[in-house]
Design a protein around this ligand. Structure first.
Ligand SMILES: Cc1ncc(COP(=O)(O)O)c(C=O)c1O
Length: 427
């Protein structure tokens, strides 16, 4: 019985923001902070030592010395600064080997990192109970976005060489049709270049096969192509064009996502989307207007300078060499210490920030399981691979990030990791 006049507080929350799965990654990060001397191969952070302080100082000085009011410190527009959009559209057209004017800045919008575009674009497409087709494995934060919306991620099947399997996709669509779920598929999400977590780049034929199979069924579904790591190749740019530039995708609404965080400065948190559908774009912008009515005008103005004066490209050249060096430091110790001899397998990436490892038969890499505890005890942390699978439990994989640690720390982290793997294989 509540005494009169005393109110019990009670909050009735909406479904949005509900935590459907335990926040395993947050637990891991908390453990990392609690463990002194731990070397984390888990965080997807970029290299701190090479962050472009001088390029940004010069860009700021240039902006500040311009005659007239400092408009860059005022609110900007919801869609983003016109010059930045034009520069990014031109840059993207260059990567696609399209004519300079091939992509219209009108279809390009600026966001608080491509993460914001992922959330907005999915929110305007999906209702609870809908389905988004994803890769296996895929970007686990996007899986959280989907689950937060009550959307079911369904994986595109792979063949024995880890390529999207056209027959498997046909079969999947047939099963979805049979269960009455075909109309619930609202989008296809592809991380197409040096993906997180697999570091894999989708081949042109894989992308085309997906489009052809969908088109044959009259399913010209929205495609969300996440190209967050496209710029982070080590030696040569990926040859495969994006869905924006593949004939087979004509007639599909496409949203291409790029970012200036990973290839330049994560702290500026600026990304962009290019949308071929006017209506999809308008809805995304309408929702963005409700969130923030425009990303930081100051960060955008700085990036305009940086892109226009060539500092962006110069920084990237250094960054690519740096990430290749770091990847090799980690990879070499894993090989020297004979991790393959313990039944572990991985492919050496040609870009990106991750090694994606498959453990030996029977190994369980999940958080809280003995292998994970052994690694923590030895002072090394990874991302358990089960987080990256949309609709099935897969416990043999894990992701190692080499973005943030120094080469020496990476070598030490690799030695600790192999020591834990050796212990695990000895039983
Ligand atoms: C595949 C992928 N997409 C999108 C993002 C979001 O990046 P940002 O919001 O910094 O552009 C990330 C970040 O790790 C990612 O790995």
């Amino acid at each position: 019985m509540v005494p009169p006049g005393l109110q019990l507080s009670s909050i009735s929350f909406s479904r949005c923001g509900e935590r459907l799965a335990p926040p395993a990654i947050a637990d891991l990060m908390a453990k990392a902070l609690e463990t002194p001397g731990l070397l984390s191969l888990a965080a997807g952070f970029t290299d701190t030592a090479t962050l472009p302080v001088e390029a940004l100082r010069a860009a700021y000085e240039n902006l500040a010395s311009r005659p007239g009011p400092p408009e860059f410190l005022q609110y900007g527009t919801n869609q983003g600064r016109p010059l930045l959009r034009a520069l990014l559209a031109r840059r993207l057209a260059g990567q696609e080997r399209m004519p300079e004017a091939g992509l219209s800045p009108e279809r390009l919008f600026i966001v608080n990192g491509s993460q914001q575009a992922l959330a907005l674009a999915s929110q305007v497409l999906c209702d609870p109970g809908d389905i988004v087709l994803v890769e296996e494995p895929t970007y686990f934060v996007y899986l959280d976005v989907l689950r937060g919306l009550g959307v079911r991620p369904v994986s595109l099947p792979l063949d024995s060489s880890n390529r999207i399997d056209p027959e498997g996709v046909e079969k999947l669509l047939w099963e979805l049709e049979r269960s009455g779920n075909l109309p619930r598929i609202k989008a296809v999400y592809l991380v197409s270049y040096f993906a997180n977590p697999s570091s894999r780049t989708l081949g042109e034929e894989e992308k085309r096969a997906v489009a052809e199979i969908l088109a044959r069924r009259g399913l010209r579904l929205p495609i969300i192509e996440d190209a967050a790591y496209r710029e982070l190749y080590y030696r040569s740019p990926p040859v495969s064009p994006s869905s924006l530039n593949l004939e087979t995708f004509a007639g599909f609404p496409r949203l291409y996502l790029g970012t200036l965080t990973k290839p330049f400065a994560t702290g500026l948190k600026i990304g962009f989307g290019y949308c071929t559908s006017r209506e999809w774009l308008d809805r995304i912008l309408y929702l963005k207007g409700q969130h923030d009515f425009g990303s930081s005008n100051f960060a955008q103005a700085l990036l305009e300078e940086i892109l226009a004066n060539g500092a962006f490209e110069q920084h990237l050249v250094r960054l690519r060499a740096n990430y290749e060096r770091k990847m090799r430091a980690l990879n070499e110790v894993l090989l020297e210490e004979n991790l393959p001899g313990l039944g572990w397998r991985w492919e050496v990436p040609e870009g990106g920030l991750y090694l994606w490892l498959r453990g030996p038969d029977g190994l369980d890499t999940r958080s809280g399981k003995p292998f994970c505890r052994r690694c923590l005890a030895r002072g090394v942390l990874y991302v358990p691979g089960d987080l990256c699978f949309g609709d099935r439990l897969e416990t043999r994989y894990l992701r190692l990030s080499f973005g943030v640690l120094s080469p020496d720390d990476l070598r030490e982290a690799a030695r600790r990791f192999v020591a834990a793997a050796r212990e695990a294989s000895a039983g």
